[in-house]
Design a protein around this ligand. Sequence first.
Ligand SMILES: *[C@@H]1O[C@H](CO)[C@@H](O)[C@H](O)[C@H]1NC(C)=O
Ligand SMILES: *[C@@H]1O[C@H](CO)[C@@H](O)[C@H](O)[C@H]1NC(C)=O
Length: 365
Amino acid sequence: MKSAFIYLFLVTCCWALPFKQTGFLDFMMEEEGGSGLVPVTKKPPIFSPIPGPDGPICPFRCQCHLRVVQCSDLGLKNIPENLPGETTLLDLQNNKIAEIRENDFKTLKGLHALILVNNLITTIHAKAFMPLGKLQRLYLSKNLLKEMPTNMPKSLQELRIHENLIAKIKKASFQGMAQVIVMELGSNPLKSSGIESGAFSDLKRVSYIRIADTNITEVPKGLPTSLSELHLDGNKITKVQADRLKGLKNLAKLGLSYNEISVVENGTLSMVPHLRELHLDYNVLTSVPPGLPEHKYIQVIYLHSNKIAAVGPEDFCPPSYNTKKAMYSGISLFSNPVPYWEVPPVTFRCVFDRSAIQLGNYRKK
Ligand SMILES: *[C@@H]1O[C@H](CO)[C@@H](O)[C@H](O)[C@H]1NC(C)=O
Ligand SMILES: *[C@@H]1O[C@H](CO)[C@@H](O)[C@H](O)[C@H]1NC(C)=O
């Protein structure tokens, strides 16, 4: 049991960024495989598929294997009853569940992962998640939720709730959720005014936040200092305010592609001293953002498809050599009004691999 626990922990921490949903089946296989120390075929089934007098029962039409209860794609309208108490993973994706009732998860005290993606959920009872004291992963994407669920387990490490109808994130929404590492909130009808100040401040361990394809117009306030990736692509952000990134000393990737950004304030880059990748492509910048020559670690800067009309020799590189510790591995400037022949070659004097630079041509559409 101990080795299985360690294995699960490893799976969690090594589940490679960028945390794409696609690895889900692999993850189930990994869970089923247990520690890998015991051959799977020799493991006894943990609950019998034959209903005993009062033993655990595999719900009708679901498949139960080891501690995984698989009830996806069955047209279910409700959470099955009498779910086996030992279940660690419950998969209910692609059903027609509209409501989660108070006692639906009452027996599932050991559940680690709950997958409810692609249902019709509009209502979750305020106490429904309370029995799930061990839940680490909660996947609620592609539903019809108008509000963030309440009383989510404090043990949660990963919350995916993109493609819902959530317009507000309150400070209480994530209260005490100090174990969360991954948070995916994209494709919800969020506006900046709908995100309460300090909404993320309890997420002391969070390393990945994605709020893409919403209507927010600003970088949210009070982001936790543990953050290493922040993905805010496809929003309506018009300006990057330096103070919004204050204290984000662990931030390595910042995605701001497909916004309406015309200004990156002076001092923004010095707030994020360990940034390696900055994506600002598909915005309306008229100049290269300030602070790149002084930044020690930036390696990738995407600026293509903006309105940059001039690039100067001090825009990317420090005046003297050896002050930049990391080298650029990607600079993109194509699809800007600046003609590439007007960019002086000395601009890229600190870039040693010429193939890292994509200048290209600007084509008027
Ligand atoms: C953003 O606002 C527009 C206009 O009000 C609306 O049509 C669109 O659906 C909103 N986007 C999201 C993701 O809610
Ligand atoms: C930003 O900093 C540069 C160089 O220090 C300075 O020339 C420029 O005026 C500043 N811009 C603003 C808006 O403060």
